[in-house]
Design a binder for this molecule. Structure first.
Ligand code: SAM
Length: 193
């Protein structure tokens, strides 16, 4: 009898340990591959990025590191495009999915839980980025490999080293008077330095 109870509790302990290890493994994986922290683009930057992207209805926009999904939602609502977000944080994926659901945009917006460094971007007409210069540099070979002719890449605040923007504009000032640059790139024109 006592032996049975001990065996059962040992089994429960082992199961709990396995679950904790799996959860920690996922957390660790997310953390290891994270190339930028979560900071949201302000609405004035989102509006300007989408305006500069010159989106046409039916096109597909990818936001690499989509955070809470705000760029995807604004693009789907205002420009009637399909929008795909790739996000490494499981928690942010849930938040973005909730936001998409509450706007009734499930048919237009898809959130992928994963690492954008492993993504096939050949379907994208427009890619939006709010990462960091080093992350953009790391991503550049994939953008060059996957993006189709005439695809656009819009990057908030951080340029893509080695590429030449076809346009760059400042956001409207924040309440503290700060302005930030948005860079627009086009494939393949921008590949030359
Ligand atoms: C500065 S935030 C931008 C969020 C959103 N795009 C916006 O503009 O509001 C960068 C996001 O990239 C995500 N991220 C960082 N590295 C990633 C990776 N390798 N794969 C997918 N997402 C990543 C972070 O978790 C974070 O949510």
């Amino acid at each position: 009898m006592l032996q049975g109870v001990i065996q059962k509790s040992t089994l429960l302990c082992l199961m709990a340990l396995c679950l904790a290890t799996a959860a920690f493994g996922q957390y660790n994986q997310d953390f290891k591959n994270r190339l930028a922290p979560f900071v949201t683009s302000p609405q004035r930057a989102v509006d300007k990025m989408l305006e500069m992207a010159n989106l046409k209805p039916g096109e597909t926009l990818y936001d690499l590191g989509c955070g809470d999904g705000r760029i995807l939602i604004a693009a789907a609502k205002s420009y009637h495009v399909k929008a795909v977000g790739i996000e490494i944080s499981e928690r942010l994926v849930k938040t973005a999915e909730d936001n998409v659901r509450s706007d009734g945009l499930e048919g237009q917006v898809k959130i992928i839980h994963g690492d954008f460094m492993k993504a096939d971007l050949s379907n994208a007409d427009v890619v939006t980025l709010y990462l960091m210069t080093a992350a953009n540099e790391k991503l550049r070979p994939d953008l060059e490999k996957y993006l189709k002719k005439d695809a656009r890449v819009v990057s908030y605040d951080y340029p893509i080293p080695g590429w030449t923007p076809v346009n760059q504009e400042e956001t409207d000032p924040s309440r503290y008077g700060n302005r930030h640059t948005i860079y627009l790139y086009q494939v393949p024109t921008s590949f030359k330095k």
